[in-house]
Design a protein around this ligand. Structure first.
Ligand SMILES: Cc1cc2nc3c(=O)[nH]c(=O)nc-3n(C[C@H](O)[C@H](O)[C@H](O)COP(=O)(O)OP(=O)(O)OC[C@H]3O[C@@H](n4cnc5c(N)ncnc54)[C@H](O)[C@@H]3O)c2cc1C
Length: 499
């Protein structure tokens, strides 16, 4: 009854056309890249911040939970599916670029603004700024990526460090601005993250304490000189040493972009599909790969990339030559692209790694959508210190569990700072094969448990991981729960999402 009352009230506020209960559409929204059983009774589409506020007040009045999504491309982590049954609060109609400053290098956006839209806008402005894009799609939203603490290749790829002035609607419908955005006339609201007093921005990232309806994202000036480089090693036993050499590059600030590494399996997923003639029941044995697959790897086991950037050609060339010296003996091949050639790593062109989600399929459609195409994908994204010994221990753990379940250990690593590694392991399978689907879930659950037991805590969770008790039972967790009860006593906003 309360759902029907809530639907009637939302229709009054938003209009019938912005409250969807059509079964086919709801079934699409309930489909992620792995098995879920959560139900979405309706999708509501507010068109302004004021309507978001009213929607939350109605949700409270009728005790009907809602789950916010921005563009809903959270592929591999849960897509549009809520952690527990809830109506979707879809923010795609809030799709305005509200402010932009070329000199101070920022853009202010609503949640429906996609990376593609913002980059198109920057091109139209003939901007010299860049906004790096996640590896999945330029149709993902900036706000959705920020609140998941997303990362991207390029300079300043740890997105959450590049945002300020969040506008947040709290579960009871009240609205706040964080940092200086709380002051109606603050001159520096969009260029400084924190105002006087405690900073609350972090409360609204990976949480269920508010709906972000606006934020400012700082942009990075395109460097005068940039040159993409790639490298590879043959012997996997060399990996620890290579990682330590890469750490030195970061320490010396020779590379301002992130440094990336990926293994041979990941490499194959970019350009190949699981060979049809092999039984999909078993992990692909690299020793018995078809000839053309082996040829594409050229005997290498780990591949890496980054870009040298600099304010002038002279400095850039000097940095490149130092970098080559530092990697000598640590890599089997080092290749340079011509300086200034467009590259995803400096955020100017957008090359996605979405092909990797289609590894166990035989084709990729022109307009890929892993949910619709029944790709199977679950991410596990542990954090490790930037040390060869620690990262190789984490990799061994991942490789052994994923291989035990007969999937390929498809792994990449991103280094954004001189201190930490984001290890990104994916379990890729075919959702049309029930045995694979079931195995993938068990593999995810066991790997999550083992990683946490060994101290490799994920930077981000799948909605399945959020249903698992992973937070330690201590005063910090209690405080988070107290805050949730205080801000959302009826528990209507994204129940069980992280908190
Ligand atoms: C092959 C592949 C490569 C990928 N590469 C990357 C990568 O390089 N980096 C990366 O970060 N991710 C990557 N992803 C994961 C994912 O596609 C991106 O993180 C994407 O940005 C998330 O989708 P979205 O931006 O549309 O967010 P949404 O799906 O809209 O939002 C994500 C979650 O955030 C919460 N949320 C959304 N909007 C709000 C709001 N306004 N207020 C409060 N909470 C909100 C919701 O709980 C939602 O489920 C990859 C996925 C694939 C399949």
């Amino acid at each position: 009854v309360s759902l029907q009352e809530a639907l009637a009230a939302w229709r009054d506020v938003l209009g019938d056309e912005h409250v969807t209960t059509e079964a086919e559409f709801l079934a699409e929204c309930e489909t992620a890249t792995f098995h879920t059983s959560q139900r979405i009774p309706a999708v509501i589409h507010p068109g302004s911040r004021e309507e978001v506020q009213q929607c939350l007040r109605i949700a409270n009045r009728f005790k009907t939970p809602v789950y916010p999504i921005s563009a809903g491309k959270n592929w591999g982590y849960g897509s549009r599916v809520p952690v527990t049954d809830a109506c979707l609060l879809a923010l795609d109609r809030l799709n305005h670029i509200l402010d932009y400053d070329e000199r101070l290098a920022y853009i202010s956006v609503e949640p429906g603004v996609t990376f593609g839209q913002a980059n198109e806008f920057l091109r139209e402005q003939r901007s010299d700024l860049m906004l790096n894009v996640p590896g999945s799609t330029a149709d993902a939203s900036i706000v959705g990526n920020v609140v998941e603490r997303g990362i991207a290749s390029g300079i300043n790829g740890e997105r959450v460090t590049q945002v300020c002035a969040l506008e947040v609607v709290l579960p009871d419908g009240e609205c706040i601005g964080t940092g200086l955005a709380g002051f109606p006339n603050a001159e520096a609201a969009r260029v400084v993250a924190h105002g006087p007093g405690p900073s609350l921005d972090g409360l609204f990232v990976q949480s269920n304490l508010g709906v972000v309806t606006k934020l400012t994202h700082w942009l990075t000036p395109l460097p005068k000189f940039y040159q993409y480089f790639s490298f590879a090693i043959k012997n996997p036993a060399q990996l620890g040493q290579l990682i330590d050499a890469l750490q030195l590059l970061k320490r010396e600030n020779l590379v301002e972009t992130n440094l990336g590494l990926h293994n041979n399996y990941k490499r194959l997923t970019y350009t190949r599909h699981f060979p049809l003639q092999r039984s999909q029941k078993h992990k692909l044995d690299l020793r018995s790969l078809p000839e053309e697959y082996l040829a594409s790897l050229e005997g290498y086991t780990w591949f890496g990339q980054g870009a040298v950037t600099a304010p002038s050609n002279e400095i850039g060339e000097a940095k490149s030559s130092l970098l080559a010296q530092r990697l000598a003996g640590k890599v089997d091949v080092l290749k340079w692209k011509e300086a200034g050639v467009d590259s995803a790593i400096i955020g100017r062109s957008h090359i996605t790694s979405l092909a990797s989600a289609y590894w166990r399929k035989q084709t990729i459609p022109e307009n890929p959508n892993p949910d619709r195409d029944r790709c199977g994908l679950l991410w596990l994204s542990p954090l490790a210190p930037f040390r060869g010994d620690s990262i190789t221990r984490c990799l061994s753990l991942i490789e052994s569990v994923i291989s035990d379940f007969q999937f390929e250990p498809i792994i990449s690593i991103q280094f954004h700072s001189l201190r930490a590694a984001h290890v990104l392991a994916s379990i890729v399978y075919d959702r049309n094969k029930p045995a694979q689907s079931e195995g993938a879930i068990r593999c995810h659950d066991l790997l999550l448990k083992n990683l946490i037991a060994e101290g490799f805590i994920p930077y981000r969770l799948t909605i399945r991981g959020m249903q698992t008790e992973i937070m330690p039972s201590n005063s910090y967790t209690n405080l988070l729960q107290t805050l949730k009860r205080l801000l959302d006593p009826t528990n209507i906003l994204a129940p069980d999402r992280y908190v």
